[in-house]
Design a protein around this ligand. Structure first.
Ligand code: ATR
Length: 269
């Protein structure tokens, strides 16, 4: 019998995950099916329960349900606990494993696809919401020289840095007016790109050879245009999307798919 998987979100129609997982399944010869399911804003856990009762084996979870998925899990991986959010669920009888592959996806894209080593680098993480929270621990694991979380509401950045202090490393947070010096890697994890806005970044934050990374994908963002104008190298979040999917696929199927051909397919589409 074909194993069933789904991505739950609201909205979810735009999701590229069904395309990505279909490509992974074809590539690795796994007998599985993967669909996008729209869950009502107040009906996430019911939607997941219905899917499980029909034999669903696992799910991805996207906005705005990642915190609720965290609550649904009976067992959490360390990286999901650190993120306080779950993007991958695996169902085995009564067991619901909650994992979070977003941070691993970002790190795999940086190291593997972009060839950008993180050890010893000065990193600026913009934003202090769910998207930022999910990547702090995996970034710190790579031993950067420092990680500064900057946010429009400074207290949220300071609070997030404090909360994550247990991970060790040179981690701090503040507002845009507290930015100090130049950064080797600047990651936009704010919702500003969605609204076509540029976070209030000064022009002199880019170190020579800096990489500017926007978690959003599919179109040039004001942040990437600004970074390019300052001479920085730029990358959008398509690689992170495909890498987090590959990591989820491995959690479910125990097989690691190749990501490069799938990234190429999405870029050409
Ligand atoms: P997500 O789950 O995508 O991280 P979120 O939790 O709503 O979404 O967080 C959105 C983040 O984008 C926040 O850090 C927010 O800053 P505030 O905490 O000050 O609200 C940030 N953000 C949204 N619009 C922004 C803008 N125009 N400029 C800078 N930061 C912005």
């Amino acid at each position: 019998m074909t194993d069933a998987y789904a991505v739950f979100g609201n909205p979810v129609a735009h999701s590229k995950s069904p395309l990505i997982h279909a490509a992974f399944a074809a590539q690795t010869g796994q007998d599985m099916d993967y669909v996008a399911l729209l869950a009502p804003l107040d009906g996430f856990s019911d939607a997941v329960a219905a899917f499980r009762s029909m034999g669903g084996r696992g799910a991805n979870v996207t906005v705005p349900f990642k915190e609720q998925a965290f609550g649904l899990a009976t067992r959490l991986t360390a990286r999901a606990r650190a993120a306080g959010a779950v993007n991958t669920l695996k169902f085995d009888a009564d067991d619901v494993l909650g994992d979070n592959t977003d941070g691993a996806g970002l790190v795999a894209d940086l190291l593997g696809n972009l060839g950008f080593a993180l050890a010893g680098k000065r990193i600026l993480l913009m934003g202090a919401g769910g998207a930022a929270r999910g990547v702090v621990f995996p970034l710190l694991e790579q031993s950067p020289a420092s990680l500064f979380i900057v946010n429009r509401t400074p207290d949220k950045a300071i609070g997030l840095a404090r909360e994550m202090a247990g991970a060790g490393g040179n981690l701090s947070g503040g507002g845009y007016d507290a930015l100090n010096g130049r950064f080797d890697l600047l990651i936009n994890a704010t919702a500003a790109s969605l609204a076509g806005d540029l976070p209030p970044l000064p022009a002199d934050v880019f170190a020579p050879e800096a990489l500017a990374y926007d978690m959003m994908y599919g179109k040039d963002t004001p942040f990437l245009a600004f970074a390019r104008a300052q001479g920085a190298r730029v990358a959008d979040g398509l690689g992170m999307l495909v890498e987090q999917a590959a990591a989820a696929f491995e959690v479910w199927r125990g097989v690691r798919p190749l990501t490069a051909p799938v990234m190429r397919m999405l870029r050409e589409a």
